[in-house]
Design a protein around this ligand. Structure first.
Ligand SMILES: [Zn+2]
Ligand SMILES: [Zn+2]
Length: 720
């Protein structure tokens, strides 16, 4: 933004400092650059038209949750915005979800078709109206979008107050699709077991947790244990879903997050959601993404009616177009610090500054699951919002669509760019990047997965030079063709050295091993138990039920683990196998489920497992010994303390490798990867290096694969 200010030097100076001091809460001042101009004798205040040809790229703003003032108006019978579901002002409201092009001016948004009424126009034109002067999204019940209710067959339901009616329907046990800000939610009672089970049946979603929206902090406090740190996240302008410990004896149905200690809670972030929850007797409800399993969340009516009719009884619709799909963001506290699990609404697509400028623009395709792409230019990296699992075709199309949107907005030509993808040869995103690079004759760079993970951390913290790092992850293709995921690396922007890793274990059946943790467990146990001993263990501990073909399958796995095949040093697979052995999870119905259940069942206490490291040029953490110890100590009543010990020991062992390989001038330790959100594993790392290395982690992007594209951006110029 350019401001021309004329006046006495002291008042010009005061103006400058007031930019930072008096800015609206949601505004972000990146830097202020000033230069003197000849006085022109300006007499008043005016806002000029945005210059479409301006050279400086303008940041695409993220959506902002409704502010307190707007909500007050919505609840005030005297206000002209009373009960208006789309009320917004200068500091709140939709941005990215409604934007077609920058700058953020009304004609560039899906508010364009709604012509201002005279009241809105006079507020828009009044410089004294701090909340609505020149606010692009201004609208009211007279001139703005409207809501209505339909049944599953598309017939309108007459209701004077459609939002109140939805509240009543949900209280009655009905399931309703709700068109919101960045897409459709499916909403249902979160306290009625029968309803939640029915929703799970309709969505074929056996156990993946549902998020719950509650009217205010009082309501959320009845459902979960909300700490001050949780509260800050819940009430932030981003208003993400926050994972908190479920409260014992709370009115939440256990079916909402089966087998888990934590539940995802969030506050209403639009007046529409607020009014809907007000209409509910208990003021909370399930709000889960409205999509068929694996597919992107629906954004338009036709698509929603097509795809969601089998799941819902009613549709709450409105006539403001959702231009860009934005999923709710998800945050948790890991060892007391916020960690993003999903970067969507509120956060994306804000840009992130890189340590150094990259030479040519970058187009980055990320990894596979829970993916986001990115474009990079100069010292900026712009990640797309959370796209989803790009092994699903419809989702992978979205990745390309949003990359194109970023390129167009920042006026970058794919022909001038470098294409960056993961080293994994069979990721769909790799194939997309290959096609892209061919189509635009743009050079293709393949970046090792864990190098990218760790580079995302050093980029966020703007640390250059060589950095020591630990990647704790599920799956990443290694440069030796094995599947990596428990790695100690020394890395910079030019390359990396592998200093140590978790012991290689045979990976029986690739993806199958991820879906059935008992497969991975058998492979590890075969290192120190005979086939007969393993069979007896599987029969007596009920582990055979974790193999769809039972005994026969076990025989095949044990044979396979004797022959050389693909091996893995994955942290995720070790945690999965421990989860199976401790009887916590035998089937993965969503990404990370066995490890999440392991964490959920943990009881902090004594460290009962000793990590053993085999020293060498590359140190190896002996995970076979870890499972020997685990098996010796295992008693069902000790599952909790042992679950804790496994995660803690994995973190501790990797940290011991990092320490032994550290140099005098190492001061930080970067930690990233999908398992870097695991509290006990992170505690194991932090406690081990305390006083010697400062642990840095991802803050602005997820440590999981949703943050990979940032690392890819930072490494665009790598290798030459
Ligand atoms: Zn507002
Ligand atoms: Zn109006």
């Amino acid at each position: 933004m350019i401001a021309v200010v004329e006046g006495q030097p002291s008042s010009v100076k005061a103006f400058r400092s007031s930019i930072k001091e008096e800015k609206p809460s949601a505004a972000y001042v990146e830097s202020i650059k000033a230069r003197p101009l000849k006085p022109e004798g300006y007499g008043g205040f005016s806002i000029m038209e945005s210059d479409a040809k301006a050279n400086k790229p303008s940041m695409i703003p993220a959506d902002l949750a409704v502010c307190k003032d707007c909500l007050k108006e919505v609840l005030d019978p005297e206000s002209r915005f009373h009960l208006y579901p789309f009320n917004s002002c200068a500091v709140c409201g939709p941005r990215y979800s409604v934007i077609k092009a920058t700058p953020y001016d009304r004609p560039n948004t899906s508010m364009d078709p709604f012509k201002l009424c005279s009241s809105c126009r006079s507020e828009y034109e009044d410089p004294k109206d701090v909340r609505r002067f020149h606010v692009q999204g201004i609208s009211c019940p007279v001139c703005g979008p409207r809501v209505w209710l339909e049944d599953a067959r598309g017939h309108r339901v007459a209701a004077a107050d459609p939002l109140g009616e939805v509240g009543r329907l949900i209280a009655e046990g009905k399931i309703v699709a709700v068109k919101g800000l960045g897409g459709f939610h499916i909403s249902a009672s979160a306290s009625d077991d029968r309803v939640v089970r029915e929703l799970r049946r309709r969505k074929s979603r056996p156990s993946k947790p549902f998020a719950v929206m509650g009217l205010d902090l009082d309501v959320l406090g009845r459902l979960g244990v909300v700490s001050a740190a949780h509260r800050r996240l819940l009430e932030s302008p981003e208003k993400p879903i926050v994972l908190v410990d479920a409260r014992k004896g709370s009115p939440l149905s256990p079916e909402v997050a089966p087998g888990l200690r934590q539940v995802g809670l969030f506050l209403p972030y639009t007046p529409l959601h607020h009014l809907l929850l007000t209409g509910l007797k208990d003021h909370f409800a399930i709000m889960t993404s409205g999509n068929p399993q694996g597919e992107p969340m629906c954004v338009d009516e036709r698509e929603a009616k097509d795809k969601l009719s089998p799941y819902v009884d009613f549709f709450l619709l409105h006539n403001r177009r959702i231009v860009n799909r934005v999923d709710d963001s998800v945050v948790r506290l890991t060892a007391g610090r916020p960690a993003l699990l999903r970067r969507g609404r509120g956060y994306a697509p804000k840009w992130i500054e890189l340590t150094t400028s990259i030479r040519s623009p970058a187009v980055c395709f990320g990894a596979m699951l829970q993916n986001a792409g990115a474009v990079g230019f100069g010292d900026k990296a712009v990640l797309t919002q959370y796209i989803g699992d790009t092994d699903e075709y419809s989702t992978s199309l979205e990745l390309e669509r949003y990359i194109q949107l970023l390129l167009k907005n920042y006026r970058l030509r794919p022909q001038d760019s470098t294409t960056v993808c993961d080293l994994h040869p069979s990721y769909p995103s790799t194939a997309m990047a290959e096609r892209w690079s061919e189509r635009y004759r743009s050079p293709l760079r393949r970046v090792q997965h864990h190098w990218a993970h760790l580079a995302s951390v050093s980029a966020e913290h703007r640390i250059g030079g060589e950095v020591l790092g630990i990647a704790v992850d599920g799956t990443g293709y290694g440069d030796d063709g094995n599947i990596w995921g428990g790695e100690v690396l020394r890395f910079g922007t030019k390359g990396y050295h592998r200093l140590g890793h978790l012991e290689y274990q045979a990976l029986p059946g690739g993806d199958l091993a991820s879906n059935y943790p008992a497969r991975m467990l058998a492979s590890i146990l075969s290192r120190f138990l005979s086939d007969g001993e393993i069979f007896r263990l599987y029969s007596t501990k009920g582990l055979l039920s974790g193999l769809p073909h039972g005994r026969q399958e076990l025989d095949v796995i044990l044979q396979q683990s004797q022959v050389a095949g693909i091996s893995t040093s994955s942290t995720g697979r070790v945690l999965d196998a421990a989860s199976a052995l401790l009887g916590l999870s035998l089937f993965r119905s969503y990404e990370g489920e066995p490890a999440i259940r392991l964490e959920a069942s943990s009881k902090r206490g004594m460290d009962r497992l000793v990590p053993r490291i085999r020293k060498g040029e590359v140190d190896v953490f002996d995970t076979t010994s870890l499972f020997q110890q685990l098996l010796e100590l295992y008693r069902p009543e000790d599952a909790g303390p042992l679950a804790y010990s496994v995660q803690h020991a994995v973190g501790k062992g990797l940290a011991l490798i990092a320490l032994s390989k550290s140099r005098r001038n190492d001061v930080v330790l970067a930690v990233s990867g999908g398992a870097a959100v695991n509290t006990y594993l992170m505690e194991g790392i932090r406690e081990t290096v305390r006083g010697r290395l400062r642990v840095i982690t991802n803050v602005k992007v997820p440590p999981g694969d949703g943050g990979i594209a940032l690392g890819q951006c930072a490494l665009t110029d790598s290798g030459d």
